[in-house]
Design a protein around this ligand. Structure first.
Ligand SMILES: NC(=O)c1ccc[n+]([C@@H]2O[C@H](COP(=O)([O-])OP(=O)(O)OC[C@H]3O[C@@H](n4cnc5c(N)ncnc54)[C@H](OP(=O)(O)O)[C@@H]3O)[C@@H](O)[C@H]2O)c1
Length: 242
């Protein structure tokens, strides 16, 4: 899929990777970029339409959807990460509400438009979806859930012409991991990697040096083979999704 002249919606678009994705979509010639944010957004580019959208609020998501006529690409990017040790259930619930259920709610709401355009869903996940990072276990669980959801949606929506992609991000230099002193890629380079992967048609996108180092092994690995084997059980018509 080429981004030129396409309509793209990005959640969590006011800072970090989301903001870089807005800029990169514009650079690639997107016709319209819907920038989902919780607060107000100032933008100089007339191709950007701000949408007020807390991804945990069905009413806000539906109100935002009323402003969108057509959509080619939905990028579920909004996310939270809180350090924890699994001792506080509220912290786990918060992660699931944003990182897992938030993405699913937004996906359900915009799916009719994506079916019509034969579009793509891009879920920004993390290396910790594949193996837990024990300083952020609740976050890891929520990203693992979102990854598993991505696999099911991919299989269920294939017959409807909607592709579903996982972005397996490594550490990126944003507010989310300030203070965690490890090598990090820039949000701008991650945004380039994400759109490159989408344009190349990759179902799992590894957009930064840390994630790229495991892309080949992942694609040839047992888990990927099992996903393909299980996908054969998806019913042809997934009318229940959305
Ligand atoms: N940075 C990394 O190293 C890294 C690594 C792997 C994966 N990721 C994933 O990449 C995505 C973007 O992360 P980032 O690093 O850019 O994080 P960030 O700089 O902390 O930005 C998070 C974005 O999500 C928005 N957000 C949070 N809760 C929301 C909600 N309930 N509804 C709508 N928007 C909400 C924030 O909006 P406000 O400004 O209103 O808070 C902000 O725009 C996330 O899904 C994250 O898990 C990041």
């Amino acid at each position: 899929m080429n981004i030129t002249n396409k309509t793209v919606l990005i959640t969590g678009a006011n800072r970090g990777i989301g903001k870089a994705l807005v800029d990169e979509a514009l650079r690639r010639g997107a016709k319209r970029v819907y920038a989902g944010t919780r607060g107000a957004l100032q933008t100089a580019d007339e191709r950007v339409t701000p949408l007020t959208m807390d991804v945990t609020s069905i009413s806000q998501i539906k109100r935002a959807a009323d402003e969108v006529d057509s959509l080619d690409v939905l990028i579920n990017n909004a996310g939270i990460a809180i350090y924890d040790d699994l001792s506080n259930l509220e912290v786990i619930e918060k992660h699931l509400a944003v990182n897992f259920l938030g993405s699913l709610k937004v996906t359900h709401t915009f799916l009719p438009l994506l079916r019509r355009s034969q579009g793509a869903i891009v879920n920004n996940l993390s290396l910790v979806a594949l193996a837990a990072l024990p300083v952020i276990p609740a976050y890891s669980i929520s990203k693992a859930a979102a990854f598993n959801m991505t696999q099911s949606l991919r299989a269920l929506l294939a017959s409807q012409g909607v592709t579903v992609r996982a972005v397996v991000l490594g550490p990126i230099d944003t507010d989310m991991n300030r203070g965690f002193e490890i090598p990090k890629a820039s949000p701008e380079s991650a945004a380039v990697g994400i759109f490159d992967g989408l344009e190349k048609g990759e179902e799992d996108i590894f957009p930064d040096p840390a994630s790229q180092s495991m892309a080949e092994a992942w694609r040839a690995g047992a888990v990927k083979a099992l996903e393909h084997q299980f996908a054969a059980f998806a019913p042809d018509s997934a009318a229940r999704v959305g």
